[in-house]
Design a binder for this molecule. Structure first.
Ligand SMILES: CC1=C(/C=C/C(C)=C/C=C/C(C)=C/C=O)C(C)(C)CCC1
Ligand SMILES: [Fe+2]
Length: 314
């Protein structure tokens, strides 16, 4: 994910009409296919379908973080040791998150949900109000939870411990507010010209409410969140050949999965081997350095806008 900010000409207005209005046709195709499957009675909440959705969100979503280090390298002139430090720091933060899952999984879960809300809120660049962006980010979790409290609670418990059910209850209680605030965000995005994004997210929230949670999440993550970031990243890394681009995505995603399996094999692991729960734990572990790096890059870019960034924000 890249952290690409718009630099206002007026200090009052952060957003830019139509800013961030990026939705690919694949999203509408996937959403239509999911609606069709649900109408035809395909059991999207059954274990086989959940395993399929897990493969989709890992295979289609994990690679969007694979370019974080390449982006960092593009933004700061790093020597060999600087690069080593950056890669080491990134891996160390991810590993720290794995340790949190192993030692205090409830803390890891809360951290994950908070980080995800901030991170998904970054997709709403058209909204100038940070609280609105955070609510819109949190609404992804809130919609899935209020729509399917028992399933989400069971997933949280599988990732953490039985006390995680309380977290699902708290989210369920707060969900109406998050969704109402997000409705305002959608209206504002629509009014300001980001109509594709506003319509796509409105449909996605509706689907997160009604579809089984992992299917709804896979739709959001793979077809809305990741492609925006991949497209922005591709602009910055446009001189990477297609082979190298695809190779980097595949290699680093495989390394993350391999790293996860290695840690699981060598460390004492008290979780049930539930694949979907582990996939979310892995996602959480890489999401934390992913978010930290994006925030840092955003700070840098805001402080010193480059010509490259101007291209991106145009
Ligand atoms: C665990 C879980 C959920 C939350 C997933 C989150 C929060 C994912 C965050 C991913 C990130 C931050 C990726 C970074 O790019 C849902 C959707 C409520 C469905 C039920 C189980
Ligand atoms: Fe991301």
């Amino acid at each position: 994910m890249t952290a690409l900010t718009y630099h206002p000409t007026s200090p009052r207005r952060r957003a830019h009409p139509g800013r961030g209005d990026v939705v690919y046709p694949a999203y509408w195709i996937a959403a239509t296919a999911l609606i069709g499957a649900a109408l035809l009675g395909v059991p999207l909440g059954q274990p086989a379908a959940v395993a399929g959705a897990t493969l989709v969100f890992i295979g289609g979503g994990l690679p969007h973080g694979a370019y974080d280090i390449a982006l960092l390298r593009r933004s700061v002139a790093l020597g060999r040791s600087g690069m080593g430090l950056a890669v080491g720091g990134y891996a160390a933060i991810a590993l720290l998150m794995v340790v949190l899952w192993m030692t205090v999984p409830l803390v890891a879960l809360v951290l994950f949900l908070a980080v995800a809300s901030v991170h998904f809120g970054e997709d709403w660049q058209m909204l100038e109000e940070p609280l609105l962006r955070f609510a819109a980010g949190a609404a992804v979790i809130a919609a899935a939870t209020i729509g399917h409290p028992a399933e989400v609670s069971a997933l949280f418990v599988a990732m953490s411990d039985p006390r995680a059910a309380v977290i699902a209850q708290i989210i369920t209680a707060a969900a109406p507010v998050a969704l109402l605030v997000t409705a305002i965000g959608i209206a504002a995005a629509w009014r300001d010209g980001s109509r594709h994004w506003a319509a796509a997210m409105a449909l996605c929230f509706a689907l997160l409410l009604v579809l089984p949670p992992v299917a709804g999440f896979a739709l959001f993550f793979v077809f809305l969140h990741s492609p925006r970031h991949l497209a922005q990243t591709r602009v910055v890394l446009r001189d990477m050949t297609l082979g190298r681009w695809l190779g980097t995505g595949a290699l680093l995603s495989s390394l993350a999965i391999l790293g996860w399996c290695t840690v699981r094999a060598i460390a004492p692991w008290r979780f049930e081997p539930i694949i979907v729960a582990q996939a979310f734990q892995l996602l959480a572990s890489v999401a934390v350095p992913h978010l930290m790096l994006s925030r840092w890059l955003e700070g840098r870019l805001s402080a010193a806008p480059s010509s490259e960034e101007k291209t991106l924000t145009a």
